[in-house]
Design a protein around this ligand. Structure first.
Ligand code: SF4
Ligand code: SF4
Length: 207
């Protein structure tokens, strides 16, 4: 049920996104993002898991690769996984947007990012995009550092099986000595871990 609502929400937002591109009104999407950025202070990065068109487009590719047990095919160089890469990406995209605004020259930044996301998901892996390349993720990581509501593990009852860490597309689950813990600032609120935890000890809840 939950998954169906999530997929439906993603479809609605991808239609909205495409509609705005067709109507030449893509700047309205920045308003959608700004609202969700503010809300992420309270409700975590639900934009990523439920609304983001880049993630919605990447998902089917990642799903097919998971089913076929394909990793890669290309390997991401270690240097490009460094935390600084995501902030360089943010600065780069912000500069392009500023140039576009100042010169009143429309540049299709967001649609291009959707295409890049799809290519990354096909050729590399979605985790790299979430953790190192997404400029929106870089901002959301800052706003969702200590959200009021977040995905969390009841560590006392975790059996430490590691399934949550394996299914997490954002590498947001850390292994502890006898349990696992979620880094909420990296969590996309995608609910994959909640759906897959065999002991049902992961919940999206008030902290
Ligand atoms: S899937 Fe559930 S039981 Fe397994 S490590 Fe994660 S939280 Fe613990
Ligand atoms: S799998 Fe769980 S921890 Fe990972 S991004 Fe999704 S909701 Fe967050």
């Amino acid at each position: 049920m939950h998954k169906r609502i999530q997929i439906l929400t993603q479809i609605v937002f991808i239609f909205l996104f495409v509609g705005l591109i067709i109507m030449n009104q893509i700047q309205i999407w920045m308003g959608v993002f700004a609202v969700t950025l503010l809300l992420s202070v309270f409700f975590s990065r639900f934009y990523c898991g439920w609304i983001c068109p880049i993630n919605t487009v990447m998902k089917p590719f990642a799903w097919v690769k998971r089913k076929l047990k394909i990793k890669g095919p290309l390997k991401v160089p270690k240097i490009l996984k460094r935390p600084v890469v995501r902030y360089l990406s943010l600065i780069g995209i912000a500069s392009i947007l500023a140039y576009s605004l100042i010169n009143k020259q429309p540049i299709p930044v967001l649609p291009t990012l959707v295409l890049i996301g799809a290519l990354i998901a096909i050729l590399f892996n979605e985790t790299w995009f979430h953790r190192s390349l997404c400029p929106y993720g870089a901002l959301l990581k800052l706003s969702a550092k200590k959200p009021k509501k977040a995905v969390g593990i009841d560590e006392d009852n975790c059996t430490n099986c590691g399934i949550c860490a394996r299914v997490c597309p954002s590498d947001a689950v850390d292994k502890l000595e006898s349990s696992h813990r979620i880094d909420v600032s990296e969590c996309l609120v995608c609910h994959e871990c909640i759906r897959n935890c065999p002991t049902n000890v992961i919940h999206y809840q008030v902290r």
